[in-house]
Design a protein around this ligand. Structure first.
Ligand SMILES: C[S@@+](CC[C@H](N)C(=O)[O-])C[C@H]1O[C@@H](n2cnc3c(N)ncnc32)[C@H](O)[C@@H]1O
Ligand code: SF4
Ligand code: SF4
Length: 402
């Protein structure tokens, strides 16, 4: 999780990103991704939350949600993602948001956008929501099949248009799998067309309804082609699209190497990553599930370090720092990889594969490319035609993940 354009190019880092860095240095939570409910009105094929129409049995009460958001507000430097399930389905969603707003919090709502009409967009804006992160998986027939509800694509596109008209920033998110890969260029083009300023692409997480689907992940060669496409867009002076990559932190050193070859000075970006790293586990980042469980990462809902019922957020961050104080192993160890502290490898994939969060990340893009993995299945790059760019605003989004 790193904003690639903001990281490697000229210009001050956004206020929000700087606040997150300050919070980390002060030992406070930097970004908190909070699944306020597991209920959802869609039934996506791939959902790592396995969200459906049901709330989890021990979902935290409305009173507990307000206590939690108040605690977050009082800590200062606040940055929160309200996610789910579908966060706008939670009964007291607006009450949580209004409380967050009263503390001047930067809130991003991670939503499938099906519940956003003009009135909701105005209300989100009035409550200080600068960014909505919403999901798009491809053209209408594919998107609707993937989310299991016909008509969803049309609703998402309409919601994005309304949000932009109301001055709310939009990030488009997608999971990267063998199913969605052919449509990623379409999604990036759509982002530009609709003035969505950030594209967040997340490597497939194999939990929830994607459990056991490791074979559905794209090959290293396919990720390389996608990363090269992003690289060209980063270097296009007409493009302002910001990119963020989830669950594959090794894309960041890959891009840094390619940018260096193209004469870009990446030293400041890499120095920043020495502090926060491309994998945010243990860096002040945390996830809270709808039952109050505190997790190092949103992608592993069963990897908890405690509950908001027993730990304060500051105590939780201290507990999570212990992960940052340990070195990764195997190919990700400092003696094996020059990017060990900058990248760290995906700690969640290591945990999911072995139960040891410090184990090597065997999905490392650099390592798999070195081995030539996927070369035989390499595409011809035909999907990745350059799109016309739009005059999107520079990225100040806190991120799109979650
Ligand atoms: C769990 S959803 C919650 C927010 C909202 N319901 C939505 O769909 O945007 C957050 C993001 O996670 C992504 N996601 C879900 N399952 C995934 C998986 N197995 N691998 C990668 N991303 C996944 C979704 O595509 C979505 O963009
Ligand atoms: S990915 Fe989001 S919209 Fe889809 S089922 Fe999961 S929580 Fe719901
Ligand atoms: S070996 Fe590990 S730390 Fe090094 S680039 Fe690959 S994933 Fe990142």
């Amino acid at each position: 999780m790193a904003h690639v354009r903001s990281l490697f190019f000229e210009g001050p880092l956004s206020e929000v990103e700087n606040k997150a860095l300050t919070a980390y240095k002060l030992g406070r939570p930097s970004d908190v991704i909070w699944n306020i409910t597991n209920r959802c009105n869609l039934l996506c094929d791939h959902c790592y939350m396995a969200a459906d129409g049901h709330a989890l049995p021990d979902q935290i009460s409305d009173e507990e949600t307000i206590e939690l958001i108040t605690q977050r507000g009082e800590l200062g430097e606040p940055l929160v993602f309200l996610s789910g399930g579908e966060p706008m389905m939670r009964r007291n969603f607006w009450e949580i948001l209004e409380t967050a707003h009263s503390y001047g919090m930067h809130v991003t709502v991670s939503t499938n956008a099906t519940l956003i009409d003009r009135e909701a967009a105005k209300r989100l804006k009035a409550n200080g929501v600068d960014w909505i992160a919403t999901s798009l998986y491809g053209p209408p027939h594919f998107h609707d099949a993937m989310v299991g509800v016909p008509g969803t694509h049309a609703k998402v596109i309409e919601a994005i248009k309304i949000l932009r008209e109301e001055g709310v920033g939009v990030a488009l998110k997608s999971a990267v799998s063998k199913d969605t890969l052919p449509f990623i260029p379409h999604i990036i083009a759509k982002a530009k067309e609709l003035d969505a300023q950030l594209v967040y692409l997340c490597d497939l997480i194999t939990s929830g309804r994607s459990e056991g689907e490791e074979d559905a992940r794209v090959t290293a060669q396919q990720w390389k082609e996608l990363a090269d496409f992003i690289l060209e867009d980063l270097l296009d002076p007409e493009s302002k699209t910001e990119y963020d990559v989830g669950a594959l932190p090794s894309v960041i050193p890959y891009l840094a190497e390619r940018l260096k070859e193209r004469g870009v000075d990446v030293s400041n970006g890499l120095a920043r990553l020495e502090v926060v790293s491309a994998c945010p586990v243990g860096k002040g980042h945390m996830n809270i599930n709808s039952e109050g469980g505190i997790m190092p990462c949103q992608f592993a809902q069963d990897w908890t370090i405690g509950s908001i019922r027993e730990l304060t957020l500051t105590e939780a961050v201290q507990e999570l720092y212990k992960l940052d104080q340990q070195e990764a192993k195997g190919i990700c160890a400092p003696e094996a990889c020059e990017y060990s502290r900058i990248c760290r490898g995906c700690r969640t994939k290591a945990w999911q594969a072995t139960g040891d969060a410090m184990y090597e990340d065997d999905t490392c893009l650099l390592m798999r490319l070195k081995k030539g993995e996927g070369a035989e299945a390499a595409g011809d790059g035909g999907h990745y035609e350059r799109m016309p760019t739009s005059a999107a605003a520079p990225c100040v989004a806190p991120g799109a993940c979650g």
